[in-house]
Design a protein around this ligand. Structure first.
Ligand code: ADP
Length: 196
């Protein structure tokens, strides 16, 4: 076992700011950011077999099957030494969380901390719709799922499938809640003050 291992799992609804915060934390703490949404979007853009399966589900605001995500993460963690990683968007279901527990146990790299970003529902929808508008304004293609209807669907899926994981990690003593309202700097400071 390496003492340098560090495993941080960001939890929180779509639009809470996990990606932004995870990227900064990864950079400043020499951690690898594993954002399953980004990885899947890359597969969709390249038209890989995984991308062809995932694309329509993502566009509909639904989850991609567990076995595909678990295989993807298993692959990314293989040969990582030390294991210094931030998960952003994974795990999203009980099956994924249990698979990750086993995987980390095999690697001798226990979960270090699970920050939960909390943001009121309507603010989340506004942020996602704004992110879509912003992309268009800057001449970029918006994410296919950054519109109000799909954002609401993603919120529903989060509540049903991912929220139960809060309990999973709270029971193990890893979870701490972070107020996700405010500037990105303010939120980042709150995340840091809960890390140890
Ligand atoms: P957000 O959290 O802002 O909705 P993400 O970029 O994390 O967006 O994910 C976008 C989409 O990618 C999800 O709606 C889902 O279809 C798919 N996805 C990402 N991570 C997972 C996962 N761990 N399990 C299943 N599907 C996933």
């Amino acid at each position: 076992m390496t003492h340098n291992n560090k495993v941080v799992i960001f939890l929180g609804p779509p639009g809470a700011g996990k990606g932004t915060q995870a990227a900064r934390l990864a950079q400043e703490h020499q951690l690898v950011q594993l954002s399953t949404g980004d990885i899947l979007r890359d597969h969709v853009a390249r038209g890989t077999e995984l991308g062809l399966k995932a694309g329509p589900l993502m566009e509909a605001g639904q989850l991609v099957p567990d076995d595909l995500l678990i295989a993807l993460i298993r692959d990314r963690l293989a040969d990582m030494e030390p294991v210094r990683v931030i998960f952003d968007g994974f795990p999203r279901t009980q099956a994924q969380a249990e698979a990750l527990d086993l995987l980390l146990e095999e690697l001798g790299a226990p979960v270090s901390a699970v920050p939960l970003l909390e943001v009121p529902d309507q603010v989340l929808i506004d942020r996602i719709v704004e992110r879509g508008r912003q992309a268009v304004a800057e001449g970029r293609a918006p994410r296919a799922d950054d519109n109000e209807e799909t954002a609401r669907k993603r919120q529903l899926v989060y509540r049903e499938q991912t929220q139960p994981l809060i309990d999973h990690y709270a029971r193990r003593g890893h979870l701490y809640t972070v107020d996700g309202l405010g500037t990105p700097d303010e939120v980042y400071e709150r995340i840091l003050s809960g890390l140890h």
